[in-house]
Design a protein around this ligand. Sequence first.
Ligand SMILES: Cc1cc2nc3c(=O)[nH]c(=O)nc-3n(C[C@H](O)[C@H](O)[C@H](O)COP(=O)(O)OP(=O)(O)OC[C@H]3O[C@@H](n4cnc5c(N)ncnc54)[C@H](O)[C@@H]3O)c2cc1C
Length: 415
Amino acid sequence: MTSALHWLEPLRSSVPELDQAAWERLHRLSGQLGELAATVPHAADQPIRSRWLLGIRRHLAGCVHHAPCDPVAGAVWHTLAQFCAGFHDLDLRDAIGPGHGVMILTEATRSTGERWRSRLDRGELVGIAATEWRGGSRLQEMTARATLDRDGRWRITGKKVWVSRLVESSAFVVFFRAPDDQITAGLVDAADPALHREMVEPFGLAGWSWGSLQFHGVSFDPTADLIGAAGDGLGVFRRHFSRFRPLVTATALGAAAGVHGFTTTVLAAKLTAGALPRIRDNALITLGRTHAEITAALLSALTTSRLAAMGHPSADLSARLGKAAGVDVAYRAVTDLAPLLGAAGFQRNSQIAKARADLTGLLYADGIHDSLYRSGGRSLMCQRSPVAEPAAVQHDLMSAGHRNMSQQTRLPSSR
Ligand SMILES: Cc1cc2nc3c(=O)[nH]c(=O)nc-3n(C[C@H](O)[C@H](O)[C@H](O)COP(=O)(O)OP(=O)(O)OC[C@H]3O[C@@H](n4cnc5c(N)ncnc54)[C@H](O)[C@@H]3O)c2cc1C
């Protein structure tokens, strides 16, 4: 069986930000993830598996697997670490790093950020609640809202759907309309008694709980719990997903690389045992093509992470298109590799069947692909078009591709 580092070592020259010590930490992390993954409870037992995953997150938080302090080197290292996590199991996608909690670290007040840094360092988890019944691809139509209370606090009412890490999160970054109707992001404690959850059983990515989150007048302190400025919710969303999407992409590609490694190992073993007289060309071609595609998409994810950490204006577009294209590559690779193993890979408890189901979830989560490609295409047209208004790019949020028709007709492509 190959390891994640077999894939990453040849890319060393592409990530000059990482020194020898950073590579050694990556090796240690990869080895430890492999050992931990071998102790996984059966996927069907969701609550036990969820506790196991949270336990791994806390355990790894106590180890010294930290990313380099330099923001660009840190982002690149974390992208490679996510690849290692996905290589073993896509459910390990939250095993390390602040995850959605990075919004608190970068956009909350200083005291809230400091408090949460130590909580995240201890392995606590933060969820994101953005999607509503109208559709996650049309964020600007959200209806969850806050009203102003007499004591100056806000009361949040509404419902979010398809929220992941529903019961494991210690808090949620929630997107809602502030009393002035502007979309705003805020931090809500998961233990708030005015929060209600309804679990839904997913088809894949079942390690973490999933479902809807209702806000029945949740009390909110706008002096302490805002994430970003009031009214800048869409900006918070865009900045966050510029950083987060390449990590998701790298995790998906890691999962595909894991399936690739498993497939080559099984084919080699069959050859050695005489179960196969030779490896046919169709299998060799699939192995070669998928290896090249996974590697190319990973390099693209690394570039996006680097751009996002640098605050480069192209990071947002690169993250949208890179997530859709990279996860598509991972999904297609696993779909093409699975038949090489025959019916054995169709067993419910096989690594291959699980990776296929998990990757299906990532075609939706963190941005549905047709919306991401479409909004990417629109951004590209805006860059080329002398008549396209700059605000079009601003509002062209990753998955929030909503546009009204009057704006669409200004684009040459839709005239
Ligand atoms: C495993 C998983 C985990 C998730 N985790 C979270 C989470 O933690 N937090 C969270 O907030 N959300 C989460 N989501 C939700 C995810 O972000 C959304 O699924 C995604 O944004 C797409 O939204 P939607 O599913 O509502 O689809 P929709 O927005 O309803 O889109 C469905 C389809 O309709 C298309 N469409 C949109 N508008 C139109 C139109 N006018 N005409 C024709 N077609 C249109 C879209 O392009 C798409 O193809 C998760 C989803 C999954 C599957």
